[in-house]
Design a protein around this ligand. Structure first.
Ligand SMILES: Cc1cc2nc3c(=O)[nH]c(=O)nc-3n(C[C@H](O)[C@H](O)[C@H](O)COP(=O)(O)OP(=O)(O)OC[C@H]3O[C@@H](n4cnc5c(N)ncnc54)[C@H](O)[C@@H]3O)c2cc1C
Length: 382
C-alpha cells in the first residue's frame, strides 16, 4: 500500500501564487526509483508538481493524483579541459544547482540565479532570464515515457526548445491524453557547462549593478549576486516566508537556509507565478502594424514584442487591481507589469478574470494574442 505524503494538501499551500483547492491524492517519493515505480503504476491523469512556482490550479477539489518531485542530486558525468558535464535529477531545487555551478567555477547558468522551482520544471519551461535560457546548457533529458512505459533519453534537438517552451510543454497545451501532465515526465537532465570562473555580462541591469560595460566579463559569483539583487528589487524572488509551511519546508533552496525566514506578513507583490504573460512572437507584417515606439526584437525571422509594453499601453499600469477597490484580491504587481499577484484571499477565478481582462484589452487594442506562462490545472484560457 502506497503512503500518501499528506492527506489534506491544497494547491494553495504548494504554489507561489497561493491559490487552488484540495488534492485528493498527494505523493512525494523519496527516490528516483520510487518515483518511476509510482509513475508506472498510475494509469489515470496525474499532475507532476515541482515547487509550484508556475502552476495555477482551480479552487475545486483536484480528484486525481499529484506527485511532487523532491529527490536525487547532482553528479559529475565527465570533465574535459574546457567543459564539465553534470547530471541533475528532476527533484533538485534549481537555484541549488545554479549555486553549486557558480561555486565550482562552471559557467552557463549564472544568469538564471534565483528562479524558483526544480530542475525538472526548468527544462519543461525552458526558463530564461537576463540574456540566458536553460536550453543553452542542456544536452539531453532523461524522461519516463507514459506511452511506452519506459525510461527514454531525449537529446537537445528532440526537446524542441523554444521561447519558454519545449516539446514537453507543448504537449500539455495540446491537451494530450496524459493531461494535465505531458506524455514525458522528466527524471533528470544532462548539462554541459564551461569550466570558467567568469562570464560575459549580457544584460543592462546587471552591467549597471556591477558598474561594468555590457559585453565585458564578470566573475560568476558577482554575476549571481547582481542577478539576485536586481530580481529582489523587482519583487521577482519568491516569498521566503512560504517555507515556514510544514508542506514546503523540504523544498527550501539552500540560499534561504542562511538567512532568518521573515515573519508571515509577506510582501503583497510576492504571491505570484512570476511573469503571467509571455512576450508574443509575431510575423514582421503584424509587428509593422503596431504604433511607433513599440519595443520590437528580432527572433528567428519573426519579431518578439514586449508583453509589458502592450499591457501598460492598453491601460493596465503596475498595481492595476481586478476590482476598483483598495482591497482588491488580485492585482498587477506594483513592481512588475507582467506579474499578477494574489493580495491575500484571491481565488483562481479572480486571477483568471484579471488575466482575461488584460488579454481582451490587448487583443482589442493591438490585435495581439497574449499567451499565459503558468500551467493551468482545471482552468481554461479564453
Ligand atoms: C517570483 C517568480 C519569479 C520567476 N522568474 C522567472 C524567470 O525569471 N524566468 C522564468 O523562465 N521563469 C520564472 N518564473 C517561473 C517559474 O519559476 C519557472 O517556470 C520554474 O521552472 C517552475 O518550476 P516549478 O518546479 O516551481 O514548477 P511547477 O509550477 O511545480 O510546475 C510547472 C510545470 O512543469 C511541470 N513539471 C514539473 N516537474 C516536472 C517533471 N519532472 N516532468 C514533467 N513535467 C514537470 C508541471 O507539471 C507543470 O506543468 C518565476 C516564478 C516566480 C514565482
Amino acid at each position: 500500500m502506497r503512503k500518501f505524503f499528506c492527506r489534506d494538501a491544497r494547491f494553495s499551500d504548494l504554489t507561489t501564487i497561493k491559490v487552488g483547492g484540495y488534492i485528493e491524492r498527494f505523493f512525494q517519493p523519496a527516490t528516483k526509483a520510487s518515483f518511476i515505480n509510482l509513475l508506472s503504476e498510475e494509469k489515470g491523469p496525474l499532475f507532476i508538481l515541482g515547487s509550484g512556482s508556475n502552476t495555477l490550479a482551480s479552487d475545486a477539489i483536484f480528484s486525481e493524483t499529484v506527485i511532487r518531485t523532491r529527490f536525487g542530486g547532482v553528479e559529475c558525468v565527465k570533465r574535459e579541459r574546457e567543459k564539465t558535464y553534470l547530471r541533475a535529477d528532476a527533484g533538485v531545487i534549481w537555484d541549488d544547482f545554479v549555486r553549486a555551478c557558480v561555486q565550482l567555477g562552471m559557467q552557463g547558468v549564472e544568469n538564471l540565479s534565483g528562479i524558483p522551482g526544480t530542475v525538472g520544471a526548468a527544462v519543461v519551461q525552458n526558463i530564461g532570464a537576463y540574456g540566458s535560457e536553460v536550453s543553452e546548457s542542456v544536452r539531453e533529458v532523461e524522461v519516463w515515457d507514459r506511452l511506452q512505459k519506459k525510461v527514454c533519453v531525449l537529446d537537445e534537438p528532440s526537446m524542441e526548445f523554444g521561447y519558454r517552451t519545449s516539446l514537453i510543454k507543448e504537449d500539455i497545451k495540446l491537451q494530450s491524453p496524459y493531461a494535465p501532465n505531458p506524455r514525458f515526465v522528466v527524471l533528470s537532465a544532462l548539462f554541459c557547462l564551461s569550466s570558467k570562473n567568469f562570464a560575459p555580462i549580457k544584460y543592462k541591469n546587471i552591467a549597471d549593478y556591477l558598474g561594468k560595460p555590457m559585453g565585458s566579463v564578470g566573475k560568476l559569483w558577482d554575476i549571481r549576486r547582481a542577478v539576485l539583487s536586481v530580481r529582489g528589487s523587482k519583487d521577482m524572488l519568491e516569498d521566503p516566508a512560504r517555507y515556514r509551511s510544514r508542506l514546503m519546508a523540504n523544498m527550501m533552496p539552500e540560499r534561504l537556509k542562511e538567512i532568518p525566514l521573515p515573519p508571515l506578513s509577506p510582501n503583497p507583490n510576492r504571491d505570484s507565478c512570476g511573469s503571467f504573460f509571455v512576450n508574443p512572437v509575431v510575423s514582421p507584417e503584424k509587428a509593422d502594424l503596431l504604433p511607433l515606439g513599440a519595443p520590437k526584437f528580432a527572433s528567428q525571422g519573426k519579431v518578439k514584442l514586449s508583453a509589458a509594453w502592450l499591457i501598460e499601453q492598453a491601460g493596465f499600469k503596475k498595481g492595476y487591481p481586478l476590482q476598483k477597490d483598495p482591497n482588491a484580491r488580485a492585482a498587477l504587481s506594483t513592481s512588475h507589469a507582467l506579474a499578477i499577484t494574489n493580495r491575500g484571499s484571491a481565488t483562481a477565478r479572480d486571477i483568471m478574470d484579471l488575466a482575461h481582462k488584460i488579454k481582451g484589452k490587448v487583443r482589442e487594442k493591438f490585435g495581439v494574442n497574449l499567451a499565459l506562462e503558468p500551467v493551468l490545472v482545471g482552468l481554461e484560457e479564453k
